[in-house]
Every structure is written in structure tokens, then in C-alpha cells.
Design a protein around this ligand. Structure first.
Ligand code: SPV
Ligand code: MG
Length: 552
């Protein structure tokens, strides 16, 4: 047989799994859960089934176990529980929430939510928990209850869906004969299993019932009151399934009471932090990993670039304004330059932002950035700073000077370009909003300011005009994007430039020129004004005006 054609058997349906638990010759156990997270915990603990307890679900809603929560609210909760688990859920369906007709609709809705079965008890709607005045609770008319079982069985579409008939005769103070009479009637009506309930602290009546019942149908028990009985006793009595019915809700209530009291009294989290589940554990239970994997798979094409911001210099020309902070922490229009830059990145969904700081790095307190430090900032240039962020290099990244202010569309439009390297060049050489940068850009074509401009390549970036009568086409604004192959060219260029003796004095223009000399195309993305950089005192006023324009 071709091994490639060996298929894994599909895992059995949840209803089939529940049926297998009920019908297996072994003693099986299921544990209560009351919401999505507790259901997940029960499955992860190794249980092969979940008891969706009426007591626990009503308790987690903060209401009584007296049908105060509507049945649709219960079913909504079951949907969450069912969606996050692979093991079967047996719903504690109280009395079926009404008559035979309500039971039909309940079964239909449970099957739609992949709930494996329902247990209904022979009491009257609205019911009360069996442990509250159980002996005073009237039992259902046997024929009426049998009709409900039949209606449920007739409306299920999956033959494995299970209906467990719960006999409350012992709870209500009747004897074992009444319990047996009812169990037999429910059996005849089509029930898949009988749950015999007892509120005694010893298992005697349950064991006596089991003996008489003699496995005519699988037998289910709930040893909440006779909890000290060793399970061997149940095994010997031929019980099929034990329901640990309320222990997750009780455990969580106890934990929540202790923690809330502690935090209230101490006004501190220090003692408590290690005693409770970590936030990461919560993420784990929510399946955060699966979402990350799905994002990798489905959002790949949208993966946002990383950003690297060069922000190591003091900005000496700004004099005392930068005495206690680097230039990027100057407040312009009420916000530090770097905060503005980070906001611009975030607007474009760029959340991985690495800032290379140097001068007064400790004064940088902008959230959502990763900081790298160029300790030699006053002896070195931009490329040395760039190398400090080499660990954050990415196959799609924007490198930018930290003192830039620009309108959002500039970065947005840069992200629309799909070349390997794209440099943003401002063609408005006389732009009054432009600072004194001398990064003059010589390009293969001037900006014709039309959308039909053929591709333009950068030829060089200079801080002085070239001799002769050739005019620069604009200024490189200090923003460049490297993608895919472009990132590899960047790595290679940096490795080569590093070997130069004057490496420590090199800046970004030398890097661009080196790439061009190596024959790598650096595409030009033209803009026309709408940006400035802050280099000198005179720029500050302009920067304030500029931000007034964009903050409105
Ligand atoms: C429940 O868990 O809601 C039950 C079992 O019905 S008991 O509370 O023991 O009646
Ligand atoms: Mg109940």
C-alpha cells in the first residue's frame, strides 16, 4: 500500500465519544465546567468529557439554580464551551426547560452547537437544585416525562446524541422501588442512560439501586454528597459514569475570594503575583498561539515593515534646548518629535519600531519602541548607529531620521511602493517648510509631478551641489525603505563599508551612494513638500506651524 495514502481515522464525533463513555465497560469520569475557559481546563487536565452543570452555569451568571437564566443563555454559554474543546459535553438540561415541545427545540439547538447529549430530570419547571429542600420538590408525572424523552429522541438527527434520564425519586424522599419504576419507564421511552441521584452522605442507596438495576441501561451517578466513597465501590457496583458535578466553580470561587480579600487588605499585588495564573497562561488558554500561526498564514502579504529610527545625536545647533534631552525628545506642538514619529508609524500599522539613541538616551521615554544604544554617538556617524539596530533588521524595513515631521500620506505612499530600495525625495527645493538638510538628490529624471512618471532612480546624494550646471532633482528627506533583496544588499553594503577606515564617520548618504555604485537600483519616490526636519533653532517655529497644520 502506498504509505502516502494511509489516512488517519477521523476522530469520532463528540456524540459518539459520549456514547462510548456511557457504554464502555470501564468506570468513566467527567468533570463540571461552566464557561469556555473552565471547559478548556477540564479537557487539558485529561478528562474525556464535560458536565455542563446547571448549578455551575447559573452560579457563574450570579443567579440561582432555579431556571433564572434562560435556556438560550445557557445554550449560548455551551456554544463557547463546545467551540474551544474537542471532548463531549453532557448538558445538565434541568427539566428540558418546559414540556415535550421545548425539549424538541432544545435537542435541535444542542446538536447545532455540537453538544453531545443532555440529561433531563423528572421534576417540574421551574426546578430548584436537588440539595435545596429536595424532599419537598414534586416529581414529574411519569407519562409526561416519558413523552419528553421520546420527543427528544425523535428530534435528534445524530443517532449518537445521548439523552440521560435523571431519576429524582430518592432525593424527593421516595423509596428505591419508585426509583426503579421510573428508571424502567424512562428506559422504555428510549433514554440512553439513567442518572440516579442521591443526597445521602453514604453511597448505600445508589449502590442498592445499581444492584437492582443490573445495568439494563448505563448508570450515571453524582457523588457530590457521598464524595468520600472510594471509586472502587462504584466500579464494583457496575456504575458507568461518575460526574464530578461542581468542583471547578467551587475551586474558582474559593480562589477569587482569597485573592480579592488579599488585594483589598494589602493594596499590593506583590504576594499574589506568583500565586495566580500568569497573563501568558490566560493567553495560552485562549489559544493565542493558534491565532499567531493563522496570522502568519493569512496575513503574510500584509505583514507590516519594521522601522528603524536614527536618534542618537544631540542636535547641537539647538543649543540649550537639547541640554537635558536629545533632539528627538524636543516637544513640538505639545508632543516630543519621537512620539509624533511613533504615532505616524502606528497609523500605518508599523508596530515594530527600533530607535537607536545615544545622547541622553535615558531621557527617551516614549512607549512602544525598542531602544538600542550607540554609546559612541559623539565619535560616530549614522551608519555606526544603524549597526546598533542590526538585530532588528527585517526583510521589509523603513530607516528614518528621528527629527522628521511629515504628513501621513508620505509614509503611507512609500509603503505602496514595491521596489527593493525606495528613497523619498522632495522635489520642491525651495520648500519653505524644509529644514537646511543638504542631502541633495541627483536622479535619472526630474519630478514631472504626474502619476504617469516612469520609474526614476537615484544617482547620488551629496551635501554640496555637483560642479557644472546640473541641478539636483530634489532632497532626500531621510526616509528609505528596504525590502527583500534590498535588505540583503543593505547587509552586504554595510559589511563592505565597515571595512573602510572612515566607517565611523559615514552617514546614510554614503550608504545610498555605495548601493548605487554597486549597481543596485534605488528607486525614487517623489514628494513635494509636506515635511521638515528639525536641525536648527530657526526650524522650531516652522515645526510648530507645521504641526498646527497637521494636528487640526
Ligand atoms: C448540577 O450540577 O447542576 C446538578 C447536579 O444538577 S446536583 O447539583 O448535584 O444536583
Ligand atoms: Mg443541575
Amino acid at each position: 500500500m502506498n504509505p502516502n495514502h494511509v489516512t488517519q481515522p477521523a476522530s469520532p464525533s463528540k456524540a459518539r465519544q459520549l456514547r462510548a463513555l456511557l457504554e464502555s465497560p470501564e468506570l468513566e469520569f467527567i468533570l463540571e465546567a461552566h464557561n469556555g475557559i473552565s471547559a478548556r481546563i477540564v479537557e487539558q487536565a485529561g478528562f474525556r468529557g464535560i458536565w455542563a452543570s446547571g448549578l455551575a452555569i447559573s452560579a457563574q451568571f450570579g443567579v440561582r439554580d432555579s431556571n433564572e437564566a434562560s435556556w438560550t443563555q445557557v445554550v449560548d454559554m455551551l456554544e463557547f464551551m463546545s467551540d474551544v474543546t474537542t471532548i463531549p459535553i453532557l448538558l445538565d438540561g434541568d427539566t428540558g426547560y418546559g414540556n415535550f415541545n421545548n425539549m424538541r427545540r432544545l435537542v435541535k439547538k444542542l446538536e447545532q452547537r455540537n453538544v453531545a447529549g443532555v440529561c433531563i430530570e423528572d421534576k417540574i419547571f421551574p426546578k430548584t437544585n436537588s440539595f435545596i429542600d429536595g424532599e419537598r420538590q414534586p416529581l414529574a408525572d411519569i407519562d409526561e416525562f416519558c413523552g419528553k424523552i421520546k420527543a427528544g429522541k425523535d428530534s435528534q438527527t445524530d443517532p449518537d446524541f445521548c439523552i440521560v434520564a435523571r431519576v429524582e425519586a430518592l432525593i424527593a424522599g421516595w423509596d428505591i422501588h419508585e426509583a426503579l419504576r421510573r428508571a424502567e419507564a424512562y428506559h422504555a421511552a428510549g433514554a440512553d442512560a439513567i442518572l440516579i441521584h442521591s443526597k445521602l452522605s453514604r453511597p448505600d442507596e445508589v449502590v442498592a439501586f445499581a444492584k437492582e438495576w443490573d445495568n439494563r441501561l448505563p448508570l450515571v451517578i453524582v457523588p457530590t454528597k457521598y464524595y468520600s466513597t472510594p471509586v472502587e465501590v462504584f466500579r464494583a457496583a457496575g456504575v458507568s459514569l461518575v460526574i464530578w458535578a461542581n468542583h471547578m466553580i467551587r475551586a474558582s470561587v474559593d480562589a477569587m475570594e482569597q485573592v480579592s480579600r488579599h488585594i483589598k487588605e494589602r493594596e499590593s499585588l506583590i504576594q499574589i503575583e506568583d500565586q495566580i495564573a500568569s497573563v501568558n497562561r490566560i493567553f495560552e488558554l485562549q489559544g493565542a498561539d493558534e491565532l499567531s500561526r493563522a496570522q502568519e498564514r493569512y496575513l503574510k502579504h500584509k505583514r507590516a515593515p519594521h522601522a528603524i529610527v536614527l536618534a542618537a545625536s544631540r542636535g547641537r545647533a539647538l543649543r540649550e534646548l537639547t541640554e537635558d534631552r536629545p533632539k528627538v525628545m524636543l516637544s513640538i506642538g505639545g508632543k516630543p518629535l519621537l512620539r509624533r514619529l511613533v504615532d505616524e508609524f502606528k497609523k500605518q500599522s508599523i508596530n515594530h519600531i527600533t530607535v537607536v539613541a545615544g545622547y541622553k538616551a535615558e531621557a527617551i521615554n516614549v512607549a512602544n519602541i525598542q531602544l538600542r544604544i550607540n554609546a559612541d554617538y559623539d565619535q560616530t556617524g549614522e551608519l555606526a548607529s544603524l549597526l546598533c539596530a542590526a538585530d532588528a533588521f527585517h526583510d521589509d524595513m523603513i530607516i528614518m531620521y528621528g527629527d522628521l515631521l511629515f504628513r501621513s500620506y508620505i509614509l503611507h505612499d512609500l509603503l505602496e511602493q514595491d521596489s527593493e530600495i525606495v528613497a523619498v525625495v522632495d522635489s520642491s527645493l525651495n520648500n519653505p517648510h524644509t529644514g537646511h538638510t543638504q542631502d541633495l538628490a541627483y536622479c535619472t529624471e526630474a519630478d514631472n509631478r504626474s502619476i504617469f512618471q516612469p520609474p526614476v532612480l537615484l544617482q547620488s546624494v551629496r551635501d554640496q551641489p555637483l560642479p557644472g550646471d546640473r541641478n539636483p532633482s530634489g532632497r532626500w528627506i531621510g526616509m528609505v525603505r528596504f525590502r527583500n533583496q534590498g535588505r540583503l544588499w543593505l547587509d552586504e553594503a554595510l559589511a563592505e563599508l565597515r571595512r573602510r577606515e572612515d566607517f565611523v564617520s559615514l552617514g546614510m548618504p554614503e550608504l545610498l551612494n555605495h548601493l548605487i555604485e554597486r549597481g543596485h537600483p534605488v528607486r525614487v519616490h517623489y514628494v513635494h513638500g509636506h515635511w521638515l526636519d528639525v536641525n536648527a533653532l530657526a526650524d522650531i517655529g516652522r515645526a510648530h506651524d507645521f504641526t498646527r497644520g497637521i494636528d487640526q
